[in-house]
Design a protein around this ligand. Structure first.
Ligand code: CP
Length: 307
């Protein structure tokens, strides 16, 4: 990884994604030790600057930093001076002035992590910005598929659901296609972006027809907080047309894989029983997220001690 920040999965290219995957193998091994810790980032400080809720991304970045022996600091909007009107720029500069080595930023506005990166001198990792990008999710998903299949090249992957509001869909389409997979988006027309010009994908509204042909079905959460529900007649009708129900899961090939970035709406986009099938990689995605984020932090911080 040559960039000083990770803002977009496309910036890495196929070679950069491969580099993260290779390094992740060694951090998976570290994570499986009785004492899952190495001194690689001792003396460094990683700060989570999250303006939006998160369970997986925030905790796994913290776990990743600690397993690399970095110190961590956690910024919570609800108890911060943001409520006194402090701007994103002043908040970022204030935290940087405390002597931090990396900022992990989640924000509801597309481009906010890139803005932060333009204001501070330390590396910034985009941990999800609005509908725009979630590059470390794409990395952990590529790694998870690669750990279950020899390669992503030639795999057929369906991404199903709320594409319009999904930063995961945007980053994953880029990552999967860079790695040689063929991607089909499946969604009701109201949950597709207004234009798909430049997206290297097929599009379908017929999930039953797509499922038997795919190696991986990747389900997206219906994002009620981004007004997705207003674009649907009802959640029940969404599930009837686009949910991976137990009946639909039987249409999948015997060796097909089921993925979801979490948090899942069990009973909406995925049946509770399907989420727990052996072919569901949901918990493996979460476990791999820690090792992938160790690789990202190490590549951004490992080589250059703070002067
Ligand atoms: N997949 C994901 O980003 O989950 P969180 O919102 O819990 O971080």
């Amino acid at each position: 990884m040559t960039a000083s920040s990770l803002l977009s999965i496309g910036d890495l290219g196929a070679d950069g994604i491969d580099e993260v995957m290779t390094l992740t193998d060694s951090f998976v091994e570290v994570s499986q030790r009785a004492m899952p810790k190495v001194p690689a980032l001792r003396g460094r400080t990683v700060v989570s600057l999250f303006y939006e809720d998160s369970t997986r991304t925030r905790l796994s970045f913290e776990a990743a930093a600690r397993r690399l022996s970095a110190d961590t600091m956690n910024f919570s909007v609800s108890t911060s001076s943001v409520h006194k009107g402090e701007s994103l720029r002043d908040t970022a500069l204030t935290i940087e002035a405390m002597g931090v080595d990396a900022l992990v930023v989640r924000h509801p506005s597309a481009g906010a992590p890139a803005q932060v990166a333009s204001w501070v001198s330390c590396p910034v990792v985009n941990a999800g910005d609005g509908w725009h990008e979630h590059p470390t999710q794409a990395l952990l998903d590529c790694y998870t598929i690669r750990s279950a299949r020899p390669s992503l090249a030639g795999l057929r992957i369906a991404i199903v659901g709320d594409i319009k509001h999904s930063r995961v869909a945007r980053s994953n389409v880029t990552a999967f296609t860079l790695m040689g997979a063929e991607v089909t988006l499946v969604a009701p027309p109201t949950l597709l972006p207004p234009s798909l010009a430049g997206w290297p994908v097929e599009v379908s509204t017929d999930l039953d027809a797509v499922l038997p042909k795919v190696d991986v079905v990747y389900l997206l959460r219906i994002q009620a907080e981004r007004q997705a529900e207003a674009l649907l007649p009802s959640l029940r009708e969404y599930t009837a047309g686009y949910g991976l129900t137990e009946r639909r899961a039987e249409l999948l090939a015997d060796d097909a894989l089921v993925m979801h970035p979490g948090p899942m709406n069990r009973g909406v986009e995925i049946a509770a029983a399907v989420a727990d099938l052996p072919c569901s990689l949901v918990t493996r995605q979460v476990a791999n997220g820690v090792a992938v984020r160790m690789a990202v932090l190490f590549l951004l911080l490992g080589a250059e001690p703070r002067g």
